[in-house]
Write a protein that binds this ligand. Structure first.
Ligand SMILES: [Zn+2]
Length: 343
């Protein structure tokens, strides 16, 4: 993932990181990447690893890399809760991990700054020796997803720019997730977000202090009304909600955001497509009759995001570097883990 993010920084674009739990979601992402010629990050949370059994996910993503050799692809652990979780992901074959030390290992209670630095540093040391990328988190995101999260609106633990600098210096992370008022899940904002709830000014302040650090936006589904409408039109009961507008994500990309996590939009697309088939043709019972439209609906959303984030067209810009070469880069200092700090 480090290479994908370094290349994205060079090209001035962002890379979507899409969550998966099953084969159809992986297929949708890879077809969208092919359609738009995009490098891509596929990520699995702890919830996904237990739902699918992570060896299934590993082999499905391995199949994706064989079927689409022209697409630079990283397999990333989303929200690792402990050193052990990250270690097991690396041993399984993930090429990138997130150590979310902003929370204690229970995945709910905010951790102290010192605890966060300590566990993240430990993961960085273990991972870099093996050529694996590490994303850390400073500040605490809102909401709860798959049982992970502190809850709340996301404004309780917004990232402090000074702490972000100290955290990047002390841990050597490759990418830094920050909390700017976004939360996980569908219910992010009760109206179209403005600067009082979505703190883009903090993101820009962090980027100005850490101009070379790859920033990560979590909870960044846009939750568009058309996707909510399809679900509700065919019997769903979603309450009205707002996500992160694409233009705010694009502002982030102009200010150091290189990885954008999207899950909810794809969940909505899949559920809407399945509901539509079952509603309109209740006599159908072959899962392929609704999984195929579901896969196509997700592909459409992913391809759109790839275009909006700017990664479209960049799959052929570079040759993927092997994990062994990346490990050598960390060892000999070619791949810097010392952030450039501006005052
Ligand atoms: Zn997240």
């Amino acid at each position: 993932m480090r290479q994908l993010l370094d290349e994205a920084a060079k090209g001035g674009y962002g890379v979507g990181a899409f969550n998966v739990n099953n084969m159809e979601q992986i297929q949708a992402i890879m077809e969208a990447a092919k359609q738009t010629t995009s490098p891509v990050i596929i990520q699995a949370s702890r919830g996904a690893r237990s739902y699918a059994q992570d060896r299934y996910l590993y082999h499905l993503i391995l199949a994706a890399s064989e079927l689409y050799p022209e697409i630079p692809l990283a397999m990333h652990l989303d929200h690792g809760n402990s050193f052990e979780t990250c270690k097991s992901a690396i041993e399984l074959g993930f090429t990138s991990v997130m150590m979310d030390g902003s929370l204690k290992p229970d995945g709910k209670t905010p951790a102290s700054f010192e605890e966060n630095v300590e566990v993240t540093r430990k993961v960085v040391d273990f991972a870099h020796e093996r050529g694996i990328t590490v994303e850390g988190e400073i500040g605490v995101l809102g909401g709860i997803e798959d049982g992970h999260g502190a809850g709340g609106s996301g404004l309780e633990h917004v990232t402090d720019p000074d702490q972000a600098v100290e955290f990047a210096e002390k841990t050597g992370v490759d990418a830094l997730a920050i909390a700017i008022g976004t939360s996980h899940g569908a219910y992010k904002f009760s109206k179209k977000p403005d600067g009082s709830v979505l703190k883009m000014d903090i993101l820009i302040a962090i980027h100005n202090r850490l101009p070379k650090t790859h920033l990560v936006m979590h909870g960044s589904s846009s939750v568009p009304k058309d996707l909510q409408d399809v679900v509700n039109q065919y019997g769903g009961k979603l309450k009205e909600t707002w996500g992160v507008p694409v233009e705010e994500i694009q502002l982030g990309i102009r200010n150091g955001v290189r990885k954008i996590n999207v899950d909810t939009d794809n969940r909505l697309a899949i559920t809407g497509a399945i509901r539509k088939v079952l509603w309109e043709t209740p006599e159908k019972f072959d899962p392929r009759d609704y999984l195929k439209p579901a896969r196509e609906a997700m592909q459409k959303v992913v391809a759109l995001r790839m275009t909006q984030f700017g990664q479209a067209g960049h799959a052929g810009d570079y040759k993927p570097i092997s994990i062994a070469e990346i490990a050598r880069g960390y060892a000999d200092g070619t791949l810097s883990t010392k952030p450039l700090v501006a005052n």
